[in-house]
Write a protein that binds this ligand. Sequence first.
Ligand code: NAP
Length: 289
Amino acid sequence: MILVTGATGSYGAAAIDHLLAKGTDASDIAALVRNPEKATDLKAKGVEIRQGDYLDKDSLVKAFTGVDKLLFVSGSEIETREAQHENVVKAAKEAKVGHILYTSFVRKEEITDSAISFLQDTHIKTENWIKDSGLPYTILQNALYMDMIPMFVGEAVVEHGAIVLPAENGKSTAVLRNELAEAAAEVILGEGHENKVYPLSNNDAYTYADVAEAISKATGKEVVYNSPSVDEFQKMMEENKVPAEYIGLFTAFSVAQAKGELELNDNTLEKLLGRKPTTMADFVKTVYA
Ligand code: NAP
């Protein structure tokens, strides 16, 4: 039995769709959901629904019973995520799951003062808990979702004719979430992936100047890229009444990109997919053309 957590979310749902598309029988897939009412689509596909919450370890032990492959999708609630992840790993060990796969985030080991440490610290701890559990594991170090480009550049980017982010000329090897989920399905169904750490990144790196150029080409309207200082950027965002949480997020990811944290030179994802991942330019065409 394969169990996918976060199955009502975008990545988990996509992973299940890829498992089904690759020929897995729906009766061999279970989905962990907090709220079964959100799982009607999954149920209609024939997937078994198991109720559980990362905050409730007992519910997880019950849900993980009899699971050979557990795709543990990292939680989305930053404040409680560490305790949630500790529960998931403890429950996986208690339920003796056969193999745990975890969606971590890409990182460069040489960077010790990460601009996105608020995310990375929990991932590092979780990876270590998993390794210490003694369970066979695969760590999927997912790149930044390329799907987030429209959020980072802003809804009105074409109207304003500018991308404004303090990312300097830093590059990103972001990937479409759906392709990261496809790679997870490939690892679940494949062999020889035990006790491996896979950085999952795009082949080609892009800057925000490249994104501006791609949007210009897709729309026929000129979009330029400006990289202000962090202070200038934050002041501008505050003046535009952007919520503090988003200002923090945009700043952190931009600074991480400026420092080279989001750019990896690795083709593991290409090997798993059996093709090159979708490029930024092709993705931008689907959104803006
Ligand atoms: P998403 O759509 O927000 O899905 C998150 C899933 O986690 C949902 O199914 C949610 O259930 C479930 N979940 C949250 N808290 C839970 C809890 N306490 N117990 C059980 N399930 C819980 O996120 P996504 O886009 O699929 O991405 C998957 C994960 O990747 C995120 O959770 C986050 O950790 C990480 N992420 C990565 C990137 C990246 O760029 N690589 C970007 C964003 C997020 P409900 O439906 O009940 O809320």
